[in-house]
Design a protein around this ligand. Structure first.
Ligand code: CUO
Length: 680
């Protein structure tokens, strides 16, 4: 396909484009596209590389793009989408790429830019452009683990990767093992959650979410249906899931980071290096205080986020925001959360960036520069400054627990759902259970699984050939929901089946009030069902979840059948990693509640605008939406748990209407490790 060549530019991001890319293809880069460093030697080098190539890829010459501002970020520096200057550079490059008249021109501009632009910035802008151009949006881009493995793996493995690539012939290479926990010891309480926070699929999902929903850029890239609300909801679910994971590990729920004056209790030593910047991500020792940042790339005071926070609270409490023209924009029951999401992140859609500033983003950066706020030591930002890495750090969750609480304050101001708004008259759920292939009923089973990932494409200057790293992650046995529904409406109806899983008790084993429990109800699945008259049973597999993407999509090269190209092996990167769908549980069984609700599809359905786009990448629409379409559920995200429960429904049993049902389940964890699937 004419667009295949675009994928070549993802390989080995620091190597010049004329070096062999993507197996046996060589890009014939026009000499005047090269930087001075390579101009002299390029012709000979390219000939040498080209000789044993199967295919030479031509580059049409086009006028050079104006990259002046974009080049302000050096090739060997780290790149952060939280930094306004970097965001502006990315927006400019995205714009250049989107304006290209056709694929050949786009490719040409990209080849020229790739030689000069910071590789992290280039790959980000290039990926956003590919996802949004009409003529390229069908392309499945590689996941970031393969392009920038340095942001995901213990830096120790890279020495071994180089050694293996240089010395061991292709067929005899054995995977390099990365231990499950390498960033701290058991003396650090927060380390109990490292398996979750440092999970590759989790961090990939977060990166990909922000790639699909850029905060800045040309309007067609930023302006997406309910994107502010989805920013709130996806991150709310992260905090809910994290809290459940903490309860499974006998830890209390995460504490909101609201005290910005005292030292932070949480230390974090990431042990990952940026290969591009040739620098380690800095550590944060215990008791560091948030201080004013005064660096070349950023000036922001702690007082600034204090002011923005107060203005956000004021807007919520008075029920409206003030836009740049001084007009009131009401925070309405259904759309208010979307506006607040855009203000909080902030995205270009914020109604008044001057007044409401950048609360969430600058919080990330004040924390990310906590070790060197004035740049005295020339230290880069910590993992909190990068979407690829932020979720590794315990402080991420404290910050986002605060962010979520601001949203919850708004949710506390809007009307509560009445019984009528929750009920589906004459449709009742009469039974529900979950079963696993090994014979468990209402018990889910988790364990450890090892998997291999080839990341040689992302390691520059090591030649070709695969190098696998073996890592260990949480996994669960698949399961099936069986839901019995009785439809006495007198006709066939359609419904939306909504499944959530939440903890049954608090830290001390006491029953939870619904208003606290609802924040930890994690969405497991949402799908449309046909309800025949009378009784019927809905059978649904866990692997069909609307929240997750299949394991193979998180780590694409795994298990790819021989002879199938990357492009054919469909990949949609955004989506909760399937292996983290179920929390870890406990060896003795962790009690949870499975909740199912069938709502009336007539009230849920969304009229999608007619486009010629096929629905693709719809594996994980709950957290990621649908590509180029409206969010496929009209209800507020998180419905029915997004609001304070009505008077009299203080506990879950009192909240239930006949179209809902709750089933107690146990989550059992077996501390055993299953070898990689490919070796089974
Ligand atoms: Cu996704 Cu704070 O937004 O990281």
């Amino acid at each position: 396909m004419a667009t295949d060549k675009l994928l070549l530019l993802f390989d080995k991001p620091l190597e010049p484009s004329f070096a062999k890319k993507g197996g046996n293809k060589t890009i014939e880069v026009p000499v005047d596209y090269l930087t001075d460093r390579y101009k002299e030697i390029a012709p000979t080098l390219a000939n040498r590389i080209g000789e044993d190539s199967d295919e030479i890829v031509q580059v049409n010459q086009v006028p050079h793009p104006d990259l002046k501002d974009v080049l302000e970020l050096g090739r060997r520096e780290n790149f952060s989408l939280f930094l306004p200057k970097h965001k502006a550079m990315a927006a400019k490059l995205i714009d250049i790429f989107l304006k290209a008249k056709n694929v050949d021109e786009f490719f040409s501009l990209a080849v020229y830019s790739r030689e000069r632009v910071n590789p992290y910035l280039f790959i980000y802008a290039y990926s956003v452009a590919i996802l949004h151009r009409k003529d390229t949006k069908h392309i499945k881009i590689p996941n970031n683990i393969q392009t920038f493995p340095d942001k995901f793996f213990d830096s120790k493995v890279f020495g071994e990767v180089r050694e293996s690539a240089a010395i061991v012939p292709q067929g005899s290479r054995i995977p390099i093992e990365m231990p499950l926990d390498y960033t701290a010891s058991d003396l650090e309480l927060e380390h109990r959650l490292a398996y979750w926070r440092e999970d590759l699929g989790l961090n990939l999902h977060h990166w990909h979410w922000h790639l699909v929903y850029p905060g800045s850029g040309p309007p067609e890239v930023v302006r997406k249906d309910r994107r502010g609300e989805l920013f709130y909801y996806m991150h709310q679910q992260i905090i809910g899931r994290y809290n459940v994971e903490r309860l499974c590990n006998n830890m209390r729920r995460v504490e909101r980071l609201t005290d910005w004056q005292t030292g932070l209790n949480e230390a974090y030593f990431p042990k990952i290096d940026s290969l591009v910047a040739s620098r380690a991500y800095p550590a944060r020792v215990k008791d560091q205080k948030m201080r004013d940042v005064n660096r070349r790339e950023l000036n922001v005071d702690v007082e600034d986020i204090v002011r923005w926070r107060d203005r956000m609270y004021q807007a919520i409490d008075q029920g409206y925001v003030t836009n740049t023209q001084g007009q009131r924009v009401n925070l309405t029951e259904f759309e208010g959360i979307d506006i607040l999401g855009d203000m909080m992140e902030p995205s270009d859609l914020s109604p008044n960036p001057q007044l409401y500033g950048s609360l969430h983003g600058m919080g990330h950066m004040i924390i990310a520069y906590i070790h060197d706020p004035q740049g005295k030591h020339l230290e880069p930002f910590t993992v909190m400054g990068d979407f690829n890495t932020a979720m590794r750090d315990p402080i991420f969750y404290r910050w986002h627990a605060f962010v979520d609480d601001v949203f919850q304050r708004f949710k506390g101001t809007i009307p509560r759902y009445t019984r009528e708004q929750l009920d589906f008259p004459n449709v009742s759920v009469t039974d529900m259970n979950v079963k696993t292939p090994s014979g468990s009923t209402n018990q889910l089973n988790t364990f450890w699984q090892q998997s291999d990932v080839d990341f040689s494409n992302g390691v520059d200057f090591i030649g070709s050939g695969s190098v696998f790293v073996r890592f260990t992650h949480l996994q669960h046995e698949p399961f099936t929901y069986n839901i019995t529904v009785n439809n006495t409406t007198g006709s066939n109806r359609m419904g939306t089946c909504r499944i959530f899983l939440g903890p049954k008790t608090d830290e001390r084993g006491n029953p939870l009030l619904l208003n606290n429990q609802r924040l930890m109800f994690m969405e497991m699945d949402r799908f449309t069902v046909n309800l025949k008259q009378g009784q019927s049973t809905i059978v649904r597999n866990s692997t069909q979840s609307s929240v997750t993407i299949p394991f193979e999509n998180s780590f694409r090269d795994l298990n790819r059948p021989a002879g199938v190209s990357q492009d054919q092996f469909n990949f949609c990167g955004c989506g909760w990693p399937h292996h983290l769908l179920v929390p870890k549980g406990k060896p003795e069984g962790y009690p949870m509640q499975l909740f199912v609700m069938i709502s009336d599809y007539e009230q849920d359905k969304v009229d999608q605008p007619a486009t010629d786009d096929a629905v693709e990448c719809d594996d994980a629409s709950s957290y990621c939406g649908l590509r180029n379409k409206k969010y496929p559920d009209k209800r507020s995200m998180g419905y029915p748990f997004d609001r304070v429960p009505r008077q009299g429904a203080e506990t879950l049993p009192k909240f239930l209407t006949p179209n809902m049902r709750v089933q107690d389940v146990l989550i059992n964890h077996a501390n055993r490790t299953v070898r990689p699937r490919s070796n089974n």
